[in-house]
Design a binder for this molecule. Structure first.
Ligand SMILES: *[C@@H]1O[C@H](CO)[C@@H](O)[C@H](O)[C@H]1NC(C)=O
Ligand SMILES: *[C@@H]1O[C@H](CO)[C@@H](O)[C@H](O)[C@H]1NC(C)=O
Length: 328
């Protein structure tokens, strides 16, 4: 009798804790904000539409210039679409559509920009962008890596999600990113949002396979970082292709960190609708300082005695307003 009561009391406490505890986000939402990747020196504006029961998610970058659709029930194993501006040799830019079919081993799933917070623990009030919010945190230790995920929530709405990754082997932080949710609503989403215009014009994605998944779902490695992700697979491929040999685990981890940041940078720039595209080459595991040195920058400590450059002597009127090196 007493035992039963205890259990009942406990169950009641549990129920209260769950109800008033961990935030539960809606299965349908629309949010926009900024994705910040300080180590890759990136700040990307995004907009996400998510409807779980429609098995559809869409993420737009840079004001809709680049759109990625993940439609899990389209085709046998799901389909993803990327609509991205491409510039041709004449310098004309037009939106192009690319399609990736899911496969048995790699089905296309929808992707939320909200992490699963069911295992997060309360850390009390935290101030984010000047707003007093409820802080929720998860610390995941995996070998020499300790990742701390913090979610700031106000009235069941996400305010900010931060990931800080520390690597004891490197003795430093190896990763950090922040998602600032500036707008969030759970209003019905027009099904047209998930429909591709002129689907027949969508061609296959250029370049090697793993990068398609990264390009069509750039959030996966950020929101589910502890799972095996595309960048890790891409790094293995990169090491094989360029026959990379590293001295020990610490160099391996350091190279992987630079590679991750460089790949994020490459994909982000390719989404930005610029007049050029970037791609991974054999230097993608180098740091910015190493690349600078290879570019010939070697500071001697004293000013180099170059020839004087008198701007006023130059015929400034001959200089074109813009030059497109693509065409040259
Ligand atoms: C989500 O998608 C389902 C299936 O297409 C649809 O019936 C429902 O109205 C959508 N929900 C909202 C809130 O937009
Ligand atoms: C994707 O699958 C569809 C249907 O099976 C097929 O018609 C199309 O050619 C495939 N596209 C690519 C890019 O693999």
């Amino acid at each position: 009798m007493v035992k039963m009561l205890c259990i009942q009391v406990l169950a009641l406490l549990c129920a209260i804790f769950v109800v008033e505890g961990v935030p539960t986000f809606s299965d349908v939402y629309h949010t926009s904000g900024i994705l910040r990747l300080p180590y890759a020196e990136l700040n990307e504006p995004f907009e996400v539409f998510y409807n779980k029961s429609a098995a559809a998610s869409r993420m737009d970058f840079y004001g809709g210039m680049d759109k990625t659709y993940l439609l899990a029930t389209k085709g046998t194993y799901g389909t993803s679409f990327i609509i991205s501006p491409m510039t041709d040799k004449s310098g004309t830019s037009a939106a192009e559509c690319f399609l990736v079919n899911g496969t048995k081993d790699g089905p296309i799933a929808i992707q939320s920009i909200l992490p699963d917070v069911s295992q997060f623990k309360s850390i009390g009030k935290i101030i984010v962008r000047g707003i007093i919010t409820d802080g929720w945190q998860l610390v995941v230790t995996n070998g020499n890596k300790k990742n701390t995920y913090t979610m700031a929530v106000l009235d069941n709405k996400p305010v900010q999600y931060e990931m800080m990754g520390y690597d004891s082997l490197l003795g430093s932080h190896y990763d950090k990113y922040i998602v600032d949710y500036m707008h969030y609503d759970t209003l019905p989403i027009d099904p047209k949002i998930f429909v591709i215009q002129d689907e027949s014009k969508c061609g296959s994605f250029p370049g090697p396979g793993i990068e398609h998944h990264l390009a069509s779902n750039p959030l996966q490695e950020l929101v589910n970082p502890d799972k095996e992700n595309s960048i890790h697979k891409l790094f293995d491929e990169f090491k094989n292709k360029h026959d990379k040999q590293y001295h020990g685990d610490d160099e391996h981890e350091m190279r992987k960190m630079h590679f991750t940041n460089n790949v994020r940078y490459i994909h982000s720039k390719n989404r930005a609708g610029l007049t050029y595209k970037l791609a991974v080459n054999h230097l993608a595991d180098r740091s910015q300082n190493e690349l600078k040195t290879m570019n010939g920058y070697r500071y001697s400590g004293v000013p180099h005695e170059g020839y004087p450059f008198h701007k006023l002597d130059m015929p400034l009127t001959d200089i074109p307003d813009a030059i497109d090196w693509n065409i040259k």
